[in-house]
Design a protein around this ligand. Sequence first.
Ligand code: GAF
Length: 389
Amino acid sequence: MQNIIATKLAVTFNEVFKNTKDPLIVRSPGRVNIIGEHTDYNDGFVLPAAIDKAAYIAITLRDDDEIHLLAFDLNETFSTSLKDLKPVEDISWPNYILGAVAQFAKKNIPLKGFNAILSSDVPIGAGLSSSAAVECATVFALNTLLHTNFSKIEMVQMAQKAEHEYAGVMCGIMDQFASIMGKHNHVIKLDCRSLDYEYVPFKLDGIKILLLNTNVKHSLASSEYNTRRQECEKAVAWIQVFHPEVNSLRDVSEVMLDEYVLPKDKLIDQRSRFIVQEINRLQKGCEDLIKGDINALGKKMFATHDGLSNMYGVSCKELDYLVDFVRNNDTVIGARMMGGGFGGCTINLVKEDSIEQLLMQIQPAYEKATGLQLDYYIASIEDGTRIIK
Ligand code: GAF
């Protein structure tokens, strides 16, 4: 698959840009997250992994300041100049690339213009981090071509800043970390405060990761995401008055919420209580995984979904429908909505030999209930960002 994409991009590149030089081609994957949702920007833990769907960038430097981009799958072009580097308003995809370029500029790296083609098989708006994949591919490619020697962690942080500054989503660090640092058949237990991480083997005999895509792309996703972040910060600020040592919800207990947040605002209490519980749940879920108690982990995934839906308010009726549909199915070990929310995919751990039957039941039922098509992907866990050519 990678070779086919690399050849397709290289051929198109030479046709479009009439280049004599072969482009550098970098692949950067999307991600899944087993448990630990919305915990990253609260200094908590997450448990993501890079998957077999990825963004690809084919790129060569130019001798002038011009930037010429082609989005292969959309058949759209965009051109600008390094002198005019700023977020674009009417189309989103160039921003993920330009946001990455801007990080080099901010570090006073002498830049050059470039030609690039972008292609991706990470479905857009499915909660699989299609934008992080593009940001990471771009940062990684420029780091190589400009010989800047940034470490992988520095590149993760630059890609995250690209999302903040050019896409306007104040995301945590999980998506970019998973894309760059992913490891075949392992999930990453990441402490989002210290950035310490541990690879935990995730090779479950007879169980597969099934992603069910609601095909709902909620327009509120980025504004509500930023609102959730502010709600969490508000709870921290109220607690800090009495406990100045508290820096984030990572440092907060449910007793503190009872005392300082619940009496002030029920909604902020629900939001922050979910995060405190979720940080705790991830720690226990990770122990389950290490012990091989996959059923216990699965139960926690359902509990995470219920918290995201009822307390954190980031689910939607289509996501709830899919999780409720599999809740009492013995072949589904665990299921929940995944990523920022308001649409996108559910992640399901399903016994491999039952997937076909499950799909035969759930696809028509979902389509009947919602009028939307239900797409699915069986994800495998792969390595993070790599040069492929
Ligand atoms: C999005 C964000 F980009 C991540 O940082 C994370 O907060 C996630 O939503 C929710 O866990 O993917």
